[in-house]
Design a protein around this ligand. Structure first.
Ligand SMILES: Cc1ncc(COP(=O)(O)O)c(C=O)c1O
Ligand SMILES: N[C@@H](CCOP(=O)(O)O)C(=O)O
Length: 508
């Protein structure tokens, strides 16, 4: 078990509890919280876990990271049950086997059956309930003026925002502010976020990129006075609870594909590196994964890093067909860098690893880049591979799968999933090993990305977006009133003053 947490930038022994790490979100030194140790499991446990339901498996995994003194088992079970009761699939994250019709060993892990039709729901339904649980406990019997409150401030390139809003809408003592880049998310994503009428939710449409929004959010966490005044909370994957909740589907999908043992590669469309990082923890815990494949779009900082060892900041983000991955600074990559530093340059010393990561990020801030030793890359390559997928390959993958899929017929991928499936097909060709099962993560429902899907499929005479893709629930969003606050500069002071003002209106 590992129920205490340390910062990726700390060279001290001190740790936090699970509740402190989740409520605080980001460490005060700017680092991300990681468990003091990664708990490991043996094959006997794997055999037992392979027969569990999604919910029971989630409980077994989370129990290894949360002390029952912090959350008693019965409460944790209840939190998990409630979080996944909102999903449209009994399996929560079902595995669609051999869906492309071309490769029997290519499976698509459908992570989009939650309330907002994206993989973020798997973690954010749980995180929303977790915030509520901690607040209710802290505020029990307290008069109104003494109640503890959380002001969630998050950045989104489209999906985290709506999943966070749906996870936290109407929750007592929580205010939610979500920043998104103006014009860089899909119309449905914007409708999902801005049509929620609850008083505790406000979206901020910021003139800039997702990286600008994420920088502002991180700067807000670093602003001691503002943070203390508002008790700022994180819903982005900088929050450890997001990563923890995402681990379940790696185990569950593995068991669905091959049972308790077998060769599996996971291919993960990646941007902020939160999704694939959960797979890394699953692998380090003992799930026998061959490799985790990072699939990027044309914003390929992760692919370039693995090939060159250079981690370089750039403001030149490309607007692609998979906009939720238009990210150049992947915040969760820092967590992986800590493990790589510890296992190479720091000779297994945690405190030294914190120092190295701090130095890398100081360099990144000062010079716009840092370069790591080849030993660091060699260590990363033991667990990861990477593939970069272009816009035209994204379109042709959506087309091909639609044309070749047999069961179900005319299977439709969203563009992020298509990035993953294209990378998976390349891997199958390269590996030429039919004993490997490939699990390609499907991170969103195609209805969220009408333009990309229509561009790929409108030449098929029988295809209709309205009929074949758009769920009624999303269709009706366009008829609802929108609540948008425009922020015409990506500027932290401006965002802080808007939050202050809106908090007054919310009466929180
Ligand atoms: C649909 C979709 N796919 C993939 C990703 C990338 O996931 P991550 O940022 O965890 O790497 C995102 C956003 O994060 C997304 O919304
Ligand atoms: N693609 C994400 C970007 C934010 O990433 P997160 O996983 O750190 O919340 C989005 O859709 O908002």
């Amino acid at each position: 078990m590992s129920t205490s947490y340390r910062s990726t930038r700390s060279s001290e022994q001190s740790t936090k509890t699970f509740e402190e790490a989740v409520i605080q979100g980001l460490a005060t030194d700017g680092g991300l919280f990681i468990p003091s140790e990664i708990p490991t499991i043996d094959q006997k446990i794997i055999e037992r876990w392979s027969k569990l339901s999604f919910q029971d498996l989630a409980f077994e995994i989370m129990k290894l990271y949360i002390s029952d003194k912090e959350i008693p088992d019965s409460d944790l079970k209840e939190l998990i049950k409630r979080s996944y009761s909102t999903f449209r699939s009994e399996d929560v994250t079902p595995l669609a086997k051999n869906v492309t019709g071309e490769h029997e060993n290519l499976h698509v892990l459908e992570l989009f059956h939650g309330p907002t039709y994206a993989f973020k729901d798997v973690a954010l339904q749980f995180v929303g309930n977790l915030f509520e649980y901690f607040l209710q406990r802290a505020n029990k019997d307290l008069p109104q003026e003494q109640r503890k409150k959380i002001t969630v401030v998050g950045a989104t390139s489209g999906d985290t925002g709506s999943a966070a809003i749906y996870g936290l809408r109407g929750k007592k003592d929580v205010a939610v502010f979500i920043l998104y880049p103006t014009g860089r998310i899909s119309p449905i994503q914007e409708e999902q976020m801005t049509t929620v009428g609850d008083k505790n939710v406000q979206t901020l449409s910021v003139k800039g990129t997702f990286d600008n929004c994420q920088d502002i959010v991180k700067a807000i966490f670093g602003d001691k006075e503002f943070n203390e005044r508002h008790n700022v909370g994180a819903v982005n994957s900088i929050n450890w609870a997001r990563i923890l909740a995402q681990m379940t589907y790696y185990f569950y999908a593995y068991f669905q594909a091959v049972g308790a043992s077998g060769k599996v590669k996971f291919v993960v469309p990646s941007g902020n590196f939160g999704d694939i990082l959960a797979g890394y923890y699953a692998k380090k815990m003992g799930l026998s994964v061959e490799k985790l494949v990072i699939a990027t779009n044309e914003n390929d900082i992760l692919d370039r890093f693995l090939k060159s060892g250079v981690y370089e900041r750039s403001d030149d983000v490309a607007a692609t067909l998979s906009p939720a991955m238009d990210i150049l600074i992947s915040s969760n990559f820092e967590r992986l860098l800590w493990y790589l530093a510890r296992d190479t340059l720091a000779n297994g010393n945690d405190l030294e690893a914190g120092k190295i990561v701090r130095e890398w990020f100081t360099e990144l801030k000062a010079d716009g880049k840092f370069v790591v030793d080849s030993a660091v890359i060699q260590t990363a390559l033991k667990d990861f591979e990477s593939e970069r997928v272009s816009n035209s390959e994204t379109t042709s993958t959506i087309k091909e799968v639609y044309a070749t899929s047999k069961s179900p017929k005319n299977y439709i991928l969203d563009p992020h999933t298509a990035v993953g499936v294209c990378a998976t097909k390349r891997q199958i060709l390269k590996d030429n090993d039919s004993s490997i099962n490939y699990i390609s993560l499907s991170t969103a429902h195609p209805a969220k990305f009408a333009d990309a899907v229509n561009e790929a499929l409108s030449s098929f005479p029988e295809y209709s977006f309205e009929k074949d893709v758009l769920p009624a629930e999303l269709k009706k969003l366009s008829t609802l009133e929108k609540k948008i606050k425009l922020v015409d500069r990506a500027d932290i002071e401006l965002v802080k003053s808007i939050i202050d003002e809106e908090m007054q209106k919310m009466g929180l």
